[in-house]
Design a protein around this ligand. Sequence first.
Ligand code: NA7
Length: 537
Amino acid sequence: MSDSGPDTLDGRELDVAIIGAGVGGLYALQRVRDQLGMNALAIDDAPALGGTWFWNKYPGCRVDTESSVYAYSFDKDLFVDWEWSERYALQPEVLAYLNAVADKHDLKRSIVFETRITEATWNEDKSRWALTTAAGDTFHARYLIEGVGLLSSSYAPEFPGRGDFRGEVLLASKWPDNPPDLAGKRVGVVGTGSTGIQIITALAETVGHLYVFQRTPQWCVPLGVGPFPDATRRRMREDPEGFRDWALNTGAVFGFVESTVSALDVSHEERQRVYEAAWQKGNGFAFMLETFSDIVVSPEANQTATDFIKGKIHSIVNDPGTAELLTPKDYYAKRPLAADGYYETFNRDNVTLVDVKSAPIERFSRAGLVTATGEYALDTLILATGFDAITGNYLRIETTGRGGLRLQDKWKEGPRARCGMTIADFPNLFMVFGPFSPFTSQPLVHEWQIDWFTTLVQEAEARGGVVDTEQSAEDAWVATCQEQMAGTLFAVTDSWINGSNIPGKPRASMAYMGGMAGYMAEMNAIAEAGYRGFRFG
Ligand code: NA7
């Protein structure tokens, strides 16, 4: 338990319990404790705050969303005065920012660290949640906010023979505080998603030899790392609220305005010009969404983008066989990747691309990793194998709502929730960026959702102290999201977005694809209609 948080949770009666002290949990705490004057605590199993930014401190870890929109706006002074040094902040800078927010608002005294919530049970008679920790403490809260993270429940495949391996195995998403010095070592990386490509580009120059174990290649563009742009800083300082409102109304809130032009409505030359400019500028989300409007919905438009990136791969990578292995065969419709110099890395003599699609990883050996066709001697193996995304951390808490309904049963075939925030039959429970939230970057949207559902909490306080979601309203929200997702190529392209990265996980639609402006309009309409689809009392 932290020095600054309370000594014990056992027996405590709270207005609000917040699970998680990451980007979502921290603002939720400030909002309910300081703005609404409620008795609240946040609980996190990490020894310090930051959530995903606490755990993910692997080499090269940085945001690949513009830093300008990777911040809270509720504290206008910090929003404009925080001096982001880079356009895409490195992990230590993001963590420093979150600590600065927490220090300024004295949040740490209300956070209980190194404590895992294992059970949450709704008590119908007392209209409150009973929460149990891994240590066996029980406490109660009238409202429960879960800021448990979209991409925080780590996934690591279990290759047989782990005990035989004499080297070290590191999980990127649980990077140790005192990592081994990898300079000059033989290092393997399994996984070539957003995490893997950051590690690969960060380590290639310093390690002795890097083995990249790639199962499925992904389309990758440069990121365009550089200093924080002065023009953006000026815009934020001149009109912070205007900047925030602009960002929230840009579509997916990544710091640029989404295109409204079809890739198929312009000439081949114009397309190449637009793609080349986007490549030079960098940023995966921008390459996917700022260039043309239909890359993620039209197979033909998608192919214009993939033809361009394919051309880049083959012009950059010297060995044609390696270039071919690095070229994806599926749509450009996963969470887009961006890293400077990624493809160039494979021209280095000390980097070997190992295709583990055609020759899967079989087991560890004493010396390293064994695939169907060979053994690779390693000092260190890094697993960048992703997350049980979106639903994973909710389902790790044994959660029981009205009438003994278990969340684990309700979500057996995939999540069911309304507005990305509430779940029918789980009263007074609010998720920060839960399933069926908008497909956007996160901090500003977390803040927006927290403001919205805590205003609903105030409404509940005035109307009996309990609010639940009507089943029909939840069904309608899920149906809308399913319909939106079915119109995109994300639905048919394997990735964590639809759950297909985790063996045995049901493939499902889990996001609202109508853009942040559409989402805000729907949420505002619900509130203005007296919280249509919610039951009070
Ligand atoms: P991702 O994007 O889910 O990538 C995980 C990678 O790990 C991907 O290349 C997987 O290959 C690979 N993987 C997983 N299991 C295996 C096995 N058994 N063998 C070989 N390769 C494997 O996770 P990230 O952490 O990179 O990124 C997730 C999000 O975190 C990201 O979007 C950011 O927003 C933060 P596959 O494609 O499944 O063949």
